[in-house]
Every structure is written in C-alpha cells, then in structure tokens.
Design a protein around this ligand. Structure first.
Ligand SMILES: *[C@@H]1O[C@H](CO)[C@@H](O)[C@H](O)[C@H]1NC(C)=O
Ligand SMILES: *[C@@H]1O[C@H](CO)[C@@H](O)[C@H](O)[C@H]1NC(C)=O
Ligand SMILES: *[C@@H]1O[C@H](CO)[C@@H](O)[C@H](O)[C@H]1NC(C)=O
Ligand SMILES: *[C@@H]1O[C@H](CO)[C@@H](O)[C@H](O)[C@H]1NC(C)=O
Length: 220
C-alpha cells in the first residue's frame, strides 16, 4: 500500500504507477472479500444443510354438511349458504437436523372452487407452537362453516358433489414463522401451504380410504 500521498506537482512522474498500485490493491481486496463471503455461505450451507419442510393433509372428515340453495326466483347473483364442520389432520414435517421452527401465528382456511373468486367456507386459527428439529407434528384442525356465503353457482356445484358422496375442497395454511439455527433466530417469514384437491367423503366409512394430499409451500 502507498504510505505517503504524492506531493503537489510531483503527480506527473510517480502518479500513474501509484494509481495503478492503488487500483490493484482495491481489486485484490474486493476479490478476497467476495471469496471469504462465498466461503462463509458455503460453510453455513454445509453445516446447516437446510431442507424443505413438508406439509400434508393426512385425514379429513366432514360432518353436518348442509347447503341452502338460493331461492328459486332469485337473480343470478344471489348467494347461498353452507354449514359444515371439517375435521382435518394437518401434518408438518421438519426434516432439518439444525433448524427448529417457531410458528407464531397459524391460520387454516377451507375454500371451495379454485375458480375466481374461490369461495371461503371456513377459517380457523391454530395455537402458536414450536417445532423442534427432525420432528413431525400432526395438528388436529376443526374448521366450521357457519352459514358461509357462497355464490349460487358454487352452491349448485356443492350439492352436485354431495350427491356423488364427496366434496373436493382446498385447504390453505398461512403462518408467521421464525427459524432458529444454532440458537439464533432469523427474521420473521410468511409461510403458506396450499393443499388441493382435498376430496372429503361424506359417508362415515370414507374417512378410512382418505388419500394423503401433499401441499405446495411458499415462504416469503
Ligand atoms: C346453518 O346453521 C344456522 C345456525 O347455526 C342455521 O340458522 C342455518 O339454517 C343453517 N343452515 C343450513 C344450510 O343448515
Ligand atoms: C350481477 O352482478 C354483475 C356484476 O357484479 C352485475 O353487472 C349484474 O347487474 C348483476 N345482476 C343482477 C341481476 O343483479
Ligand atoms: C414433535 O414435537 C412435539 C412438540 O415438541 C412433540 O410433542 C412430539 O412428540 C414430537 N414428535 C416427534 C415424532 O418427535
Ligand atoms: C351473505 O350475503 C348476504 C347477501 O349478500 C348478506 O346480506 C349477508 O350479510 C352475508 N353474510 C355474511 C356472513 O357475510
């Protein structure tokens, strides 16, 4: 590194090589910094080995399912209402050896018809919980639709589904989470798991043949 600044008037001779030396020094420093940062990321990655978290709906039953159709003389925009109680088992699997998860706020929604707009049948909050490393937790969710407003079109489709003995709904889990790595908490993240289609049989025996539905996960 150049120790003394060039004297005034002396720039003509010594200035150029000196400037080149300074430039070289800066480039070297930048390269070393980038390499060290890359190495730090690589070591962190190798030590933590983050793996995606899996979510799935593993059981689903519906009880007290009832659709009130719109009045027959109503216009095309008239709404209908739905009563139902959904009992869902929602499995969260954290395969990570070094990452635990704090679920600070959890909400489940049961929706009908992926179309636009999807009809909201039921919303249910779940208690906050902490998921340790390498852990599988099953949450029992009871989501109740109490005279949920749905469009007349959705009501007709729901009644048609019910006649076939099963309804296909979507389950959306939203959560505010914090990850904990080696005792250090990360920032807060929004987590969303979307599970579709969750086909729920209306007959009591249908619960036994339920097929696990894996969920798409987005973290932002
Ligand atoms: C839904 O339940 C409410 C009372 O909780 C009742 O007034 C309404 O008639 C029910 N609707 C249907 C479709 O059963
Ligand atoms: C139904 O809704 C659409 C759009 O919201 C509106 O343009 C139309 O006038 C409504 N029809 C009736 C019969 O209210
Ligand atoms: C997962 O964590 C919960 C809460 O700490 C605990 O009750 C449960 O037994 C754990 N399950 C497994 C498979 O380790
Ligand atoms: C359902 O829709 C009707 C008619 O649009 C409205 O009067 C009623 O308040 C709505 N109910 C709920 C729970 O949003």
């Amino acid at each position: 590194m150049p120790a003394s600044a060039p004297e005034r008037g002396n720039v003509g001779y010594g200035g150029r090589p000196q400037r080149v030396a300074v430039l070289r020094c800066i480039v070297a420093a930048v390269v070393v910094t980038v390499l060290l940062a890359g190495l730090a990321v690589l070591i962190f990655w190798l030590v933590v080995r983050p793996k995606p978290i899996d979510y799935a709906v593993t059981h689903a039953v519906v009880r007290h399912f009832n659709v009130t159709p719109p009045p027959p003389d109503a216009n095309a925009n008239a709404t209908a209402s739905v009563n139902a109680t959904f009992y869902l088992t929602f499995a969260a699997h954290n395969p990570n050896r070094r990452v635990s998860i704090l679920y600070e706020w959890v909400e489940f929604r049961v929706l009908y018809g992926g179309g636009d707009p999807a009809q909201l049948l039921a919303v249910e909050d779940a208690p906050a919980f902490r998921q340790p490393r390498r852990n599988e937790t099953a949450l029992a969710v009871r989501a109740v639709a109490r005279s949920a407003n749905v469009s007349g079109q959705a009501a007709r489709e729901l009644r048609h589904d019910a006649e076939q003995g099963e309804v296909g709904v979507d389950v959306r889990m939203r959560a505010r989470v914090q990850f904990k790595v080696a005792g250090v908490r990360t920032r807060h993240y929004d987590l969303e798991a979307f599970c579709s289609p969750v086909v729920v049989g209306l007959s009591p025996s249908a619960a036994r043949s339920f097929q696990t539905v894996p969920c798409d996960v987005a973290i932002s």
